[in-house]
Design a protein around this ligand. Structure first.
Ligand code: CDP
Length: 234
C-alpha cells in the first residue's frame, strides 16, 4: 500500500541585500523567474506602508503610530506570470505609486522604526516558509533569514547607482533631476546603514558582488553559477 505520508520538500531561500540602485530587485526578479521561485520584494512592503502613512497624515517622527498602522495594514505581493510583481495595499493596487519620489523620501523613516520592522519580519518569514524564494532587501541575510541557503550582497559605485536610478525614474516621473536622485540615495544610505534595528549590512557569509561594471544578465549569471555550483548559459 502506498504510503500516505508525503515527503516534505525543503524550501530554499536566496537572500539578496544591498543599497538602492545596486540592481537587487531587477536581478532578484530575473533569478526567481529562472529558478521558478517566488520573488519577495521586502522593500515594497515598507514602501506600501509609507504610502498609507502619508495618506493618513502620520508624522514620521511618531514611531508608535507607524507601528500601530503596520499592525492593521494588509500588504500582499503577487507574482505575475510575466515576472512582474503587483503590490496590494489593503487590496488596492499601488505597484506604481510606491515607486514615486515622495515615498522614497520617507520610506527609510518608516523602516527604521523597530515596531514596524518586527511586524514586517513576521510577515516576511511567513511568506518565506510557504515556497522556495528569492528575497531582496537590506536585512534578509542578517536578520530575516540568517540561515538562508545562499546570500548575496550587491553593491555598485555611488555615481553608478545614481545613474541607474535616475534613468529608471525619468521614464515615469516628469522633471526628476540628477541632484534629487543623488540626495535621495545619500539620505537613504545614511539612515538605512546607521539605524539601530537591522541596519543595512553585509552578512559575514554573504558573497559580495560589485555590479558597477556588470550587466543585469551578467549579474544573474554569476548568482546562478554560485547557487548551482556550475557554469550556466545565458
Ligand atoms: O529599490 P530600492 O533599493 O530603492 O529600495 P527598496 O528595496 O524599495 O527599499 C526601500 C526602503 O525600504 C529602503 O531604503 C529601506 O529603508 C527599507 N527596507 C528595509 O529597511 N529593509 C528591507 N528588507 C527592505 C527595504
Amino acid at each position: 500500500m502506498a504510503s500516505k505520508v508525503k515527503a516534505k520538500v525543503r524550501k530554499i531561500i536566496i537572500a539578496i541585500d544591498g543599497p538602492a540602485g545596486a540592481g537587487k530587485s531587477t536581478v532578484a526578479k530575473l533569478l526567481a523567474k529562472r529558478m521558478k521561485f517566488l520573488y519577495i520584494d521586502t522593500g515594497a512592503m515598507y514602501r506600501a506602508l509609507t504610502l498609507k502613512a502619508i495618506r493618513k497624515g502620520i508624522n514620521f517622527a511618531q514611531g508608535r503610530q507607524l507601528t500601530g498602522l503596520a499592525k492593521k495594514t494588509r500588504i500582499d505581493l503577487e507574482n505575475k506570470s510575466d515576472g512582474a510583481i503587483r503590490v496590494l495595499l489593503d487590496g488596492e493596487d499601488v505597484s506604481l505609486d510606491i515607486r514615486k519620489p515622495n515615498i522614497s523620501r520617507f520610506v527609510s523613516d518608516t523602516a527604521k522604526v523597530p515596531g514596524v520592522r518586527k511586524e514586517m519580519l513576521t510577515r516576511q518569514r511567513e511568506l518565506g516558509s510557504k515556497a522556495s524564494c528569492v528575497l531582496d532587501g537590506r536585512d534578509i541575510g542578517t536578520v530575516v533569514f540568517p540561515y538562508a541557503d545562499k546570500k548575496f550582497f550587491l553593491d555598485a559605485d555611488f555615481k553608478e547607482r545614481v545613474r541607474r536610478r535616475h534613468k529608471e525614474l525619468k521614464e515615469t516621473v516628469q522633471g526628476v533631476s540628477w541632484e534629487d536622485v543623488e540626495k535621495d540615495l545619500r539620505n537613504r544610505d545614511t539612515i538605512d546603514s546607521s539605524r539601530k534595528c537591522a541596519p543595512l549590512k553585509q552578512a559575514k557569509d554573504a558573497i559580495y558582488i560589485d555590479t558597477t561594471e556588470m550587466t543585469i544578465e551578467g549579474t544573474v549569471k554569476v548568482l546562478l553559477e554560485n547557487i548551482l555550483g556550475s557554469s550556466v548559459d545565458n
